[in-house]
Design a protein around this ligand. Structure first.
Ligand SMILES: [Zn+2]
Length: 57
């Protein structure tokens, strides 16, 4: 199974193109996508890919 570049967790093969960061068109796992969406709602910028991998949330 591929690895999520954001959290180094498992990246499901069923991932769709919509499950990407807003910063770049990179595939990330569903938990990371949810985390980024929550940050966006809270008014925080997405964590930039050059700060990946981040500790699991
Ligand atoms: Zn992830």
């Amino acid at each position: 199974m591929p690895t999520c570049p954001r959290c180094t967790g498992p990246l499901p093969n069923t991932l769709t193109r919509s499950r990407t960061t807003t910063a770049r068109n990179l595939p990330i796992c569903p938990p990371c996508a949810s985390h980024e969406a929550a940050r966006d709602v809270a008014g925080h910028a997405p964590i930039p890919p050059n700060e990946w991998p981040i500790p699991h949330h």
